[in-house]
Design a protein around this ligand. Structure first.
Ligand code: CAA
Length: 380
């Protein structure tokens, strides 16, 4: 009610929450401990249509609006942030590019498999010298006969070892800057393509993040997505939507941490009374709840603007920045409220804190979000 969701959106939340709390949350600590890709979560989400929530039914998706998808990412991330980011990247920047920029043939070939969860999608933009400066990529492609010959390396690729198709950004001519950037759909079994090293990370251990290696990889020319030289704008427009998804992930992590901290504060007795009766703890809980509420309003607003066909790039960056900063603040305070127990693996809040950190970094650091916001503010 307070977020004015439609009946369909509320039903989607109820369905996803049930799955997330009953099946995904109980596995999250083990996935974190063993650093394994949560394949059973992906399969289950595929069976329930959650790997293609905002994808039209004609391509095998659930045909729901973007806000329903955002609510799905929020509830899944509340249970397991690794599964949340796999879903978010798969949908926002792994499947949407084909839906929006693909030929009918590309859509028929890939989208039904992605929307059903048979395929996991990945997004390969970042390189060792092109992180925030995304236009500075060095992975090259050269058209020789019927194939693009691709050479170079990508890093930090979400689902790098488990994806089936990679939305990959290459340059046809580095001298052209962003106007040389081009997008190719690269299948996992492409000759000359391999998965490189897996990163050892602070958190999100179930999201297996890897390097990708292109060594004279032979990509059929019909796998060009959009037009040559259009790649940078494709990447930027996808990231606008992707950033709302990462905001939703931050929101889910923050809510999970708050729930544990509130419950613990009511149960933990010190100096003869529950610590929730102390104003120091009450003020922390009040600030945490208020920030989460603000973040949810920003995230849902950006999603609604996208659903309404309005420009939403600034609002997406505001939502991403605020919700992920909220995730970091709320998880840190949750650890503080639980004290020594919060620092131990027996409780989930230290995992939430480790998982939250990356949300301030990927899909554009929160400093980059401020650049996007300021640029638009000053142009309005
Ligand atoms: N939509 C469409 N076009 C856009 C756009 C948008 N949102 N933003 C910019 N453009 C266009 C501009 O209009 C401009 O076009 P013209 O040449 O016609 O004028 C062109 O793109 C270049 O724009 P800028 O000059 O603003 O580009 P820039 O080089 O200064 O970069 C930036 C801007 C905001 C810093 C951008 O590089 C950026 O967002 N960097 C962060 C990269 C990022 O988010 N990486 C995430 C990696 S993926 C990931 O993390 C996924 C994961 O696995 C979790």
């Amino acid at each position: 009610m307070p977020y004015m969701l439609t009946e369909e959106q509320q039903m989607m939340r109820d369905m996803v929450k049930k799955l997330a709390q009953n099946e995904i949350a109980p596995r999250a600590a083990e996935i974190d401990r063993t650093h394994r890709f949560p394949i059973e979560n992906i399969k289950k989400m595929g069976e329930l249509g959650l790997m293609g929530v905002p994808i039209p039914e004609e391509y095998g998706g659930a045909g729901c609006d973007f806000l329903s998808y955002i609510i799905t990412v929020e509830e899944i991330s509340r249970a397991c942030a690794s599964t949340g980011v796999i879903l978010a990247v798969h949908t926002s920047v792994g499947t949407f590019p084909i839906l929006y920029f693909g030929t009918e043939e590309q859509k028929q070939k890939y989208i039904p498999k992605l929307a059903s969860g048979k395929y996991v999608g990945a997004f390969a933009l970042t390189e060792s010298n092109a992180g925030s400066d995304a236009a500075n990529i060095s992975t090259t492609a050269r058209l020789v006969g019927d194939h693009y010959i691709v050479n170079g390396n990508k890093i930090f690729t979400t689902s790098g070892s488990d994806a089936s198709v990679y939305v990959t950004f290459v340059t046809l001519d580095k001298r052209l800057g962003h106007n040389g950037v081009t997008c190719l759909l690269i299948d996992k079994n492409t000759p000359g393509f391999s998965v490189g090293k897996t990163e050892e990370k602070m958190g999100l251990h179930g999201d297996v993040t890897t390097e990708l290696i292109f060594d004279n990889a032979m990509v059929p020319k019909e796998n060009l997505l959009g037009r040559e030289g259009e790649g940078f704008k494709i990447a930027m427009s996808l990231l606008d939507g992707g950033r709302i998804g990462i905001g939703a992930q931050g929101l889910g992590i923050a809510q999970a941490a708050f729930d544990v901290a509130k419950q613990y504060a009511k149960e933990r007795v010190q100096f003869g009374q529950s610590i929730a009766s102390f104003q120091a703890i009450q003020f922390m809980l009040a600030d945490m709840a208020t920030r989460i509420d603000c973040a949810r309003l920003l995230v849902y607003r950006a999603a609604r603007m996208r659903d309404m066909g309005l420009p939403y790039s600034k609002e997406a960056s505001m939502a991403k920045m605020y919700a992920t900063d909220t995730a970091m603040e709320v998880t840190t305070n949750a650890v503080q409220i639980l004290g020594g127990y919060g620092y131990c693996r027996e409780y989930p809040v230290e995992r939430y804190m480790r998982d939250a950190k990356i949300t301030q970094i990927y899909e554009g650091t929160n400093q980059i979000q401020r650049i996007v916001i300021a640029k638009q503010l000053l142009n309005e």
